[in-house]
Design a protein around this ligand. Structure first.
Ligand SMILES: NC(=O)c1ccc[n+]([C@@H]2O[C@H](COP(=O)([O-])OP(=O)(O)OC[C@H]3O[C@@H](n4cnc5c(N)ncnc54)[C@H](OP(=O)(O)O)[C@@H]3O)[C@@H](O)[C@H]2O)c1
Length: 278
């Protein structure tokens, strides 16, 4: 069987990089895309050392021209992994419209630009796989991550609709939902208002409380590694019998609780578990 070509966005860091390495090691032809190719030097070196079929390509998911050019260079893509993303973090009241549009540009319009770039050819071929990296925040919103959660809820909805629309053409769509994963993601957040340390903000006490709650949510054990998300992505590609793949004990716990409880019971259970009095 011919090698499958996988294109991954945001491959220079965290989950994208772990996925590029795992899939290249498994014999896929990997197009590891990133907006700054200088950040891909280590990955290129690892590919050379290990004899992987891995090519770096420039792709900024927020830029139409960049997306067009990357997919022109890519040629036929069997598997698209929409991984690039970031978080705007802070109280909703303190967000500017620009924060909202930037959040959606990367986390929602970015994946859509890439999906639209691959769908016509996948449809004509009658095969293809699209994996969208969402988050447990794409199912359950929390204080201070309203914009991020809104963007991932949107990505979940688009993915679910797409799943119904394109399954008919032989194209699979999967959603991967990590909990807290040990990557530079938190360091790359855009912090706003109280989230950025504004001591005059009426939301300032919430920040401390929520930071403590997050530690409790993640538990005492070691944090989930990006390789666990890469494993889930591989399972989605190779097994592909589920629409959604939660990753990590915190994601499993929150999603299982949410499924069993109504809104009020869930809120009260989480408040109790996390010591949240705000
Ligand atoms: N880590 C977690 O706890 C966690 C939990 C749930 C979901 N996720 C999701 O997992 C995905 C990967 O995150 P991560 O944890 O691996 O974080 P990360 O290490 O910060 O990686 C994010 C990647 O996205 C790239 N990116 C951001 N904006 C981009 C753009 N406009 N065009 C192309 N690439 C862009 C970044 O590139 P630069 O280096 O150029 O910025 C980086 O390669 C994200 O969608 C995130 O929402 C993460």
């Amino acid at each position: 069987m011919a090698k499958q070509t996988v294109l991954i966005t945001g491959s220079n860091s965290g989950i994208g990089r772990a996925t590029a390495e795992l899939l290249a090691g498994r014999g896929y032809r990997v197009l590891a895309t990133m907006r700054n190719l200088d950040k891909g030097r280590d990955l290129a070196e690892a590919a050379k050392k290990n004899g992987w079929d891995l090519t770096l390509l420039s792709l900024d998911v927020c830029n139409d021209d960049s997306v067009r050019e990357a997919f022109r260079q890519a040629g036929e893509v069997d598997v698209l992994i929409n991984n690039a993303g970031f978080e705007v973090w802070g109280p909703i009241e303190e967000m500017a419209v620009g924060d909202i549009t930037d959040q959606f540009d990367t986390n929602v319009y970015g994946p859509l630009r890439c999906i639209n770039a691959v769908l016509p050819a996948m449809r004509e071929r009658g095969s293809g796989i699209i994996v969208n990296v969402s988050s447990v925040g794409g199912r359950v919103a929390a204080p201070l991550n309203g914009l991020y959660s809104a963007s991932k809820f949107a990505l979940e909805a688009l993915s679910e609709s797409l799943h119904y629309e394109v399954g008919h053409f032989g194209i699979r769509v999967h959603i991967v939902e990590p909990g807290g994963i040990e990557t530079p993601f938190a360091d790359n957040r855009r912090l706003v208002g109280a989230g950025a340390g504004d001591e005059t903000s009426p939301y300032r006490p919430l920040i401390g409380q929520w930071e403590e709650a997050t530690i409790k949510l993640q538990g005492e054990g070691p944090r989930t590694q990006p390789s666990a998300v890469a494993d889930a992505i591989l399972e989605a590609i190779e097994k592909g019998d589920k629409l959604r793949y939660p990753v990590g004990p915190d994601a499993q716990m929150v999603l299982a609780a949410r499924k069993q409880m109504d809104d009020e019971t869930f809120e009260s259970a989480m408040r109790q578990q996390l010591g949240l009095t705000w």
